[in-house]
Design a protein around this ligand. Sequence first.
Ligand SMILES: Cc1cc2nc3c(=O)[nH]c(=O)nc-3n(C[C@H](O)[C@H](O)[C@H](O)COP(=O)(O)OP(=O)(O)OC[C@H]3O[C@@H](n4cnc5c(N)ncnc54)[C@H](O)[C@@H]3O)c2cc1C
Length: 453
Amino acid sequence: MRTELEKIVGAAAVDERPVRDLWPLGIMDERAGNPAPKVLLVRPAGRDQVAAVLRWATANNVAVTPVGGATGVCGAVSPQAGEIAVDMSAFDRVFEIDETNLVCRCEAGVNGYALEQQLNARGLTLGHYPSSLPGTTVGGLVATRSSGQESSRYGSIEDMVLGLAVVLPDGTYAAPRPGPRSAAGPALHQLFVGAEGGLGIVLDAVLRVHRLPEATLGRGYALADVRAGLECMRLVMQSGIRPLVMRLYDPEDSAFNGYELGAGECALVVATAGSRKVAEAEAAEVTRLAGEARGLGEQPWERWLAHRFDLSAERMRAFLAPAGAYLDTIELAAPWTVLPELHARVKAAIGVGGLALCHFSHAYEQGCCAYFSFAGAAGTEDEARATYGRAWEGAMTSALELGATITHHHGVGQARARWVGDEMGGWMRVWRAVKEGLDPEGTMNPRALGGSR
Ligand SMILES: Cc1cc2nc3c(=O)[nH]c(=O)nc-3n(C[C@H](O)[C@H](O)[C@H](O)COP(=O)(O)OP(=O)(O)OC[C@H]3O[C@@H](n4cnc5c(N)ncnc54)[C@H](O)[C@@H]3O)c2cc1C
């Protein structure tokens, strides 16, 4: 197997080692003595090599997992013995930044943070800021259907992707179609946005970019409780304002983030952006809509900005190093009317002795994402797994019963394999038909969307 792959990509571009993302249960498994198996990690350079690797894998019935920055948190990157992984790091070119038409075209292995810095140097922004941005690649951001801290203004990755170049398991190449929009059939490239590498390999992306705002004004507010905070967020989104950032922390998350508020109070951080006049007018309108809320000044915004990438892979690994430690995040989305009950039920489910926090961000006119974090330490590995499992079970069951989505932006992978069919219902038949049509031999990532082999 190694010799044949070396013939395609060259000996220097094949490694043998364990390949795994940051799924906490995977890290807990490793800690408990079940390390990830070594697999062949192939680093193709150029479209022809990718096509040749996929054709070889399909002909030899070898499963292929594409790998970007491996910052995924759902176990979608977890190739098993006898499978191979395709490292996209050689695809690292930014082909074009078109400052007139506001589009950029870059390869899938380009680092998300490096791309944003290149755009910023030209007065532009993609506006895509997942907390993990420094470790991500464009291909991974696309394949997970990711969403960033500025999504209320710029949208999530599906709103940014104008076109994709992909290679299918049989080696077929599909180039990006012309923009800015086409009615020549469905936008089929969107099938790859969130496919978790299950349909083919994304080679490059044409992305919509924006001019950096002239001014950004951020402020904090103390709201009486979660309901009052959510009501304020709803009013802001439905007034037509598109805040750059808007985040509401429940009382426990407010305290965890160092806000000294009254009992039951919640911190809300809002930033408006645009020309100075627009940013100021929108900030004044947010203050009006916040009604009785107590103003906390600019300090909460400045502090948030300074810490926006603090939750790193290294910190996760360090927290999970001791035996019995558990930690995870669960991001759900629901209509405004459902969010208070979803918050109460999921908090009860994950509050099983350790830390249980929630903040709300990624707001829409119709609803918002509720982002839960839980962590603790159990006496034994078995207890840690059981506690962790109960938290997930409670959160997923609550989401499904209340009509919330089981994931807003982390995706499915192995973490949500048990529940994805319950959310997708009849759409699972559509997904399977697409999967079987494009990948009849089941070559592409067997752990995408909960597994399809
Ligand atoms: C601390 C931390 C904070 C995070 N914060 C956020 C957040 O704010 N928002 C958010 O959305 N996510 C967040 N994540 C999750 C993660 O960073 C995202 O899912 C990110 O998009 C993954 O990108 P990656 O390049 O690391 O992809 P990987 O983890 O390498 O891969 C993810 C999936 O994409 C597939 N894939 C990768 N490259 C390609 C390609 N070229 N073609 C086809 N398929 C491909 C893989 O097979 C896999 O299924 C966070 C993770 C961590 C650890």
